[in-house]
Ligand binder design. Structure first.
Ligand code: HAM
Length: 423
């Protein structure tokens, strides 16, 4: 009797990404590397583990992320560490730690990697998820906001996303926001009794968060609340107007969304999201905005910044729905050998083809030709290369196009360039 133990499963809210899906993930990442490099961004890789204080200070101690969603633990030396819930705070920490401000000019950085938030898992929402993000440090110029959005849109279109909306807002600076919050708080006093319990509490503790409320009955009330873009000071208003006129000048469509205040505390001025109709409830694919005070909050010199993060898991769902990029079928050839004497030449050929970056498969167990050809079609190989006694004697191998059935005899040395030309 076998004594099988219970299999261990992946942790709730995390998942394994497997082939062929991973080839789609790779294509999307390759496009990000290409597009971001064209805009002169350099890649940064920061640790997944950070001191908890980084997010408490950067993202904000009062936010849902910090209060409810972080994976925080005490290390063996009692230090409080956190698996990063986002990467903007980490990028700004690295910018300060390595004095990148001394390099002069604007720093343009991007990253790809896993983030961790303990949210309720559902389609498009995971506890370990992936982001592709970009950050620009050292410029307040509204044309930087415009260029960043232009790059984002180019990237989305390159990976086949056509149906999306750019939602845009400004949350002002700490000075005009404080004045707006007073106006909002007062307006809420008059209406909060008819709102949900959470909103009644938020009306006093954090009135901005009322604007994020999803309770249906509260929506008509929220729609009538004062809007932050009507309370911007002259500098913030002018900045916003320059962003919108810049977007128009470049033909980038947007929709001003006064309720878009975003769930992280570091934002100033421009905020934006990109949503996609293809995604259902979790429809925000990208979130971003300015954070002109963040570097100072983290102990660095005053440095304006702006960036975005694309939710890669959701992006992949949208890419699959758009069906432009397909998971690749990278297998160029399956090498079939008949008889012990053919094994070594077959293995040599596989090695030569792989060395010129052709994807090749070979089985080392002997097989009848019929079975081997069955394997070649199951693997969806573009070509089968057959080496038996006859081929060894003539010095020419059979190269079979699995699609057309066409068969050609070729010297081993010519097969690599022949396949490369056909793929
Ligand atoms: P965020 O809005 O919190 O912003 O996240 C950006 C995107 O990450 C979301 O729009 C969504 O696509 C994805 N995302 C967030 N949580 C999850 C989850 N649990 N499962 C799957 N996807 C998720 C930020 O993180 C900021 N760092 C953006 C930024 C960069 N602002 C300035 N620079």
């Amino acid at each position: 009797m076998s004594n099988r133990v219970e299999p261990i499963r992946s942790v709730k809210g995390t998942r394994d990404l497997l082939p062929p899906d991973t080839s789609l993930w790779q294509s999307v990442e390759a496009e990000a590397h290409r597009v971001f490099a064209a805009y002169h961004y350099g890649e940064v890789r920061t640790p997944v583990l950070e001191e908890t204080a980084l997010f408490a200070r950067g993202v904000g101690a009062d936010t849902d992320i910090v209060m409810k969603e972080m994976y925080t633990f005490r290390d063996r030396d009692e230090e409080s560490l956190t698996l990063r819930p986002e990467a903007t705070a980490s990028v700004v920490r690295a910018y300060i730690e390595h004095s990148l401000f001394n390099l002069g000019g604007v720093q343009k950085l991007y990253y790809v990697g896993p983030m961790f938030r303990r949210e309720r898992p559902q389609k498009g929402r995971y506890r370990q998820f992936y982001q592709i993000g970009a950050e620009v440090l050292g410029s307040q110029n509204p044309l930087i906001d415009v260029e960043l959005i232009e790059m984002l849109v180019l990237f989305l279109e390159r990976v086949g996303i056509r149906e999306y909306q750019l939602l845009l807002n400004s949350v002002g600076c700490p000075t005009c926001r404080a004045a707006y919050l007073e106006v909002l708080r007062q307006a809420l006093q008059a209406v909060k009794a008819g709102m949900c319990e959470d909103c009644q509490r938020r009306a006093d503790t954090n009135p901005l968060r009322v604007l994020d409320c999803k309770v249906v009955a509260d929506q008509p009330v929220i729609e009538k609340l004062p809007k932050i873009i009507d309370h911007l000071d002259p500098e913030c208003r002018q900045h916003f107007e320059r962003v919108t006129s810049g977007l128009k000048a470049r033909g980038l469509a947007y929709q001003i969304t006064p309720r878009l205040v975003r769930g992280l505390d570091y934002y100033t001025r421009t905020t934006f999201e990109i949503t996609s109709g293809a995604l259902g409830a979790q429809n925000a694919v990208v979130g971003g905005g300015r954070y002109d005070g963040l570097a100072e909050m983290l102990g660095g010199p005053p440095t304006p910044g702006i960036g975005f993060s694309i939710g890669q898991d959701r992006l992949i769902l949208a890419v699959q729905a758009a069906a432009v990029l397909q998971p690749g079928n990278p297998l160029a050839a399956y090498v079939v050998w008949m008889g012990e004497a053919a094994l070594a030449p077959a293995a040599r050929l596989a090695r030569e083809l792989r060395a010129v970056a052709l994807s090749v498969e070979i089985d080392y167990d002997p097989m009848k030709i019929k079975k081997a050809m069955g394997v070649a079609s199951k693997l969806r190989a573009r070509f089968a290369i057959i080496i038996g006694e006859g081929e060894l004697a003539s010095g020419k191998y059979q190269v079979k196009d699995m699609g057309s059935g066409e068969q050609t005899d070729m010297e081993p040395a010519s097969i690599g360039s022949y396949l490369a030309g056909k793929l």
